[in-house]
Ligand binder design. Structure first.
Ligand SMILES: Cc1cc2nc3c(=O)[nH]c(=O)nc-3n(C[C@H](O)[C@H](O)[C@H](O)COP(=O)(O)OP(=O)(O)OC[C@H]3O[C@@H](n4cnc5c(N)ncnc54)[C@H](O)[C@@H]3O)c2cc1C
Length: 324
């Protein structure tokens, strides 16, 4: 079926409830009401419709500017071959869900769920490819417009206000979390949307003309060597390291240092992601420089002094550079 076969309406979030009294009330009859037109709500609505139910799908965002996380996602999905061996696929999934393949057991591991999750994944994931290819092209485009397309941005839709978590907790859901975190070296500028800091993608770590240092000024990983890992997450894990002696995260914030060659070579963040969030980041980086989002120094010593003096730099206050 096409997505347009569903009846879509818009509801106001609880903060706007005062307005609801003045809005004309519309009545719909439905067997199933799904809330939210992301992948989860969309799939649930379609399945219910195809099973013969009369479905109403409620979405809080206006249609013209609807950006769910699904729509903003990279659209990457695992697709093991259906000819694969079920036990091997399950073992792979188990490693993903349990964190058992990682050198350190990370906080958040959910071993009590991982076995059942892995079994379900091994059963259903081999159907992903054929399922995705079988989707109506228009519908697939709406969901899978991804990286590099208009509207894509980190870190999630500005419509993320926690409604879903609140609703789930209210009905007693035990929310499980995935056992690991995918971090990234991003530029976190002091601008907020809906209370959330805006994180902007920086150019990939490991390029010529840039290095990354911690907030003591130490370079902690060989950027180019370590990013040979295609996912680059090895570097990001380095950036998230916790120091058990000082009980600090000395690598947060990290500082990506680059020279004028790179500075003159285009925007240092994803400009399309910036503009999606209403951030004026020009190709020449000049606005970012004026706003203090890029810290400059004519010499390395001057740059170090400016970073030390920056209010975001934690260790500069306590640890002199020469002892760090
Ligand atoms: C930048 C980015 C990249 C990602 N890349 C990938 C990837 O490559 N592969 C992958 O598997 N995952 C990826 N993810 C994660 C994945 O996109 C999300 O986990 C998934 O899309 C969540 O789907 P959802 O349907 O639960 O929520 P969403 O897609 O967020 O949909 C929720 C919908 O509900 C609406 N809504 C919320 N509250 C209400 C309410 N009270 N009333 C009515 N409507 C409401 C919202 O407006 C929204 O439209 C990525 C996420 C992001 C942000």
């Amino acid at each position: 079926m096409a997505a347009s076969d569903l009846l879509a309406g818009a509801v106001k979030s609880s903060e706007d409830s005062a307005d609801m009294t003045s809005a004309p009330i519309q009545h719909y009859d439905a067997d199933v009401v799904t809330i939210g037109f992301g992948a989860a709500g969309g799939c649930a609505a379609i399945e219910a419709h195809d099973a013969g139910a009369n479905v109403v799908l409620l979405e809080k965002q206006p249609e013209a500017t609807h950006y769910s996380n699904t729509r903003m996602s990279g659209g990457g999905f695992h697709s093991p071959s259906p000819d694969g061996e079920w036990t091997a696929i399950k073992a792979y999934a188990q490693a993903m869900f349990s964190g058992e393949n990682l050198p350190h057991k990370l906080e958040g591991e959910q071993s009590e769920f991982s076995d059942a999750l892995a079994a379900a994944w091994a059963t259903y994931a081999p159907q992903n490819d054929v399922f995705m290819r079988g989707l109506d092209p228009q519908f697939r485009k709406a969901f899978l417009d991804g990286h590099g397309k208009n509207g894509w941005a980190f870190y999630g839709s500005p419509a993320n206000t926690g409604d879903g978590i609140r609703m789930a907790l209210k009905i007693g859901a035990a929310l499980a979390k995935i056992g690991s975190v995918a971090g990234r070296v991003i530029c976190a500028i002091p601008e907020r949307r809906l209370g959330l800091k805006i994180g902007l993608n920086t150019s990939s770590v490991g390029k010529p003309h840039e290095i990354v240092v911690d907030n003591h000024g130490r370079r902690y990983a060989a950027e180019r060597r370590i990013t040979k890992d295609p996912s680059r997450y090895i570097f990001y894990k380095e950036a998230l390291q916790f120091d058990t002696v000082t009980l600090t995260y000395p690598r947060i914030p990290s500082w990506m240092m680059f020279d004028t060659t790179l500075m003159n070579n285009g925007a240092r963040v994803s400009a399309s992601a910036a503009s999606y969030n209403g951030i004026d980041w020009d190709q020449g980086n000049q606005n970012a420089l004026r706003n203090g989002w890029i810290v400059q120094g004519a010499t390395l010593a001057e740059l170090a002094a400016n970073i030390r003096a920056h209010p975001d730099n934690r260790a500069a206050v306590e640890v002199p550079l020469e002892t760090a």
